[in-house]
Design a protein around this ligand. Structure first.
Ligand SMILES: Cc1cc2nc3c(=O)[nH]c(=O)nc-3n(C[C@H](O)[C@H](O)[C@H](O)COP(=O)(O)OP(=O)(O)OC[C@H]3O[C@@H](n4cnc5c(N)ncnc54)[C@H](O)[C@@H]3O)c2cc1C
Length: 475
């Protein structure tokens, strides 16, 4: 049969299966020796035209090249791909939204299980649950649930995958009121390292692990179910900018912000974002009317700001879409800059950090500190999820963006220098969803006391360590 005839036959088959047109167009032919399931599974080799598109992740800095990519559109496809990996002794990486900072959703010379086309959205009004698949991205999830005036508390960048976000924790604008994304997770289906399909309905330990402890480590999640929450009617944000900064001024602006944040209502979120030339403070609120504590904070922050953007109140979906970010891949080196209890934790680092940021040849560098607390700390028991860092009130992230791949070594050197200072200042806890490949004690930093329990599950679910990346849970 000529390849054209095969293509036509396959098209007819796909039409009969009623797959979306996009999937039909993206179909590629599998090698004769590779397993295939019509409409559900196909493999790509580096020489295939579609390989480049499926290999691309959000971070252009990462150049890893899997030997094969298995594009999976069903549970059975994932099981078959896992069995193929085991039979051929291939390490497996998993990609959903492709937003991992360090590219742990790719590997070199192994098998990539690509779930970006395994996507569905289902809201059940009877129990107000939302069931989705790992290809779903946050922008799509917000837009889908907004039709029912519901939400799950997640991050704001539209291109981030709901799977990777949830499996590492997931915080955002609504977390201080509703908890982390993983706190709303009620059920998962997962293919383990041996190709078995498991359901957390029959195994509570699976659900616990998938709440912050299973980014590309224990099994491949193929379905996620969440409880949903009423979406607020509106979303309001405020912005303050400060220029003409000196190390001393940075310190005093930081001290004031940290001092005000314990009074921030839980309907609000704030970020403190310092670049070489400017500090920006963002506050968001989902309450219909701003609380008196918030008004006091806004007054204090406005005192010496260079510019103040007062209340920008939008209808809910429009409001979060303002923060959707770009979806085109870019060069960056971003890492967790640690969890903090308060200003004292980073007081010693800030002045020299700011001096280094100003001196760097890469001008698009910044430190972003986000508020946590509220329901993240108070709403859930410490043992309800593998996510361990509930008692910290703040999370830092250091970010470097640049235009040319030749600048990657400079970006990595700057991050290493900065991270060394945080380590020296005693910052030891880090966010698994903001991985830093250079962290020595990453297992303790990401998972703390949950790590031995995750290892026990790894031994049960993936005893050959088939699913792995540089910071996946060890046997
Ligand atoms: C622009 C940007 C904005 C972000 N904003 C936020 C934010 O607001 N809040 C926040 O908490 N985090 C945020 N993050 C971090 C984000 O949570 C992580 O990068 C997350 O892991 C991305 O998930 P993904 O599915 O897009 O990525 P992927 O790269 O596909 O996967 C990330 C990790 O999860 C594993 N994984 C993916 N799918 C599965 C699966 N189905 N089963 C098992 N393992 C899987 C991968 O192997 C990899 O280790 C942001 C990241 C970026 C780049």
């Amino acid at each position: 049969m000529s390849s054209m005839t095969r293509r036509e036959t396959l098209k007819t088959l796909l039409t009969a299966l009623a797959l979306p047109a996009a999937y039909q167009a993206e179909w590629a032919f599998a090698d004769a020796n590779l397993p295939q399931i019509a409409g559900q599974l196909y493999f790509l080799k580096p020489t295939d035209a579609e390989y480049k598109q499926r290999r691309q992740i959000f971070n252009k800095r990462i150049g890893l090249m899997p030997r094969l990519i298995a594009v999976c559109l069903s549970d059975q496809a994932v099981q078959t791909a896992m069995q193929y990996a085991a039979a051929n002794n291939l390490a497996v990486a998993v990609k959903s939204g492709g937003h991992c900072f360090e590219g742990y959703s790719l590997n070199n010379n192994g098998l990539l299980i690509d779930l970006s086309l395994l996507k569905s959205f289902k809201y059940a009004s009877a129990d107000q649950s939302f069931t989705t698949r790992p290809g779903a991205k946050l922008g799509e999830v917000y837009a889908y649930l907004a039709q029912f005036k519901r939400l799950i508390p997640a991050g704001s960048c539209a291109g981030v995958g709901v799977a990777g976000l949830t499996l590492g924790g997931g915080y955002g604008f609504f977390a201080r009121q509703l908890g982390l994304t993983c706190d709303s997770l009620t059920r998962v289906k997962l293919v383990d390292g041996q190709g078995k399909l498991l359901d957390s309905k029959n195994d509570a330990e699976l659900l616990w692990a998938c709440k912050g402890g299973n980014n590309g480590s224990l099994g491949i999640v193929t379905e996620l179910q969440f409880k949903t929450h009423p979406a607020p009617a509106s979303f309001t944000h405020y912005r303050f900018k400060y220029r003409s900064l000196t190390p001393n001024k940075v310190s005093s602006l930081a001290e004031r912000w940290f001092g005000l944040m314990p009074n921030l209502p839980t309907t609000c979120y704030s970020s403190w974002v310092l670049g070489p030339a400017q500090l920006t403070i963002l506050i968001t609120d989902i309450a219909e009317r701003s609380a008196p504590q918030l008004q006091n904070i806004l007054r204090q922050l406005g005192k010496d700001a260079t510019t103040v953007q007062g209340a920008q109140k939008d209808e809910f979906l429009r409001g979060i879409q303002r923060f959707r970010g770009g979806t085109e891949p870019m060069y960056f080196k971003n890492v967790s800059a640690g969890y903090y209890h308060g200003y004292a934790d980073i007081k010693s680092v800030l002045p020299s950090l700011f001096t280094q940021m100003q001196a760097s040849a890469l001008k698009q560098n910044l430190i972003q500190i986000n508020t946590l607390g509220g329901a993240i700390r108070d709403g859930f028991s410490a043992t309800s999820a593998a996510y361990p860092h509930r008692n910290y009130a703040y999370l830092g992230e250091f970010q470097v963006y640049y235009e040319r791949s030749s600048d990657s070594p400079k970006a990595e050197a700057l991050v290493n220098q900065v991270q060394a200072q945080f380590t020296q200042a005693g910052i030891k806890a880090h966010y698994a969803n903001y991985p830093d490949i250079g962290l020595k004690h990453w297992a303790q930093a990401y998972y703390a006391d949950a790590y031995p329990r995750l290892q026990a599950l790894k031994r049960k679910l993936d005893p050959s360590n088939r699913i792995q990346h540089p910071q996946s849970v060890r046997l």
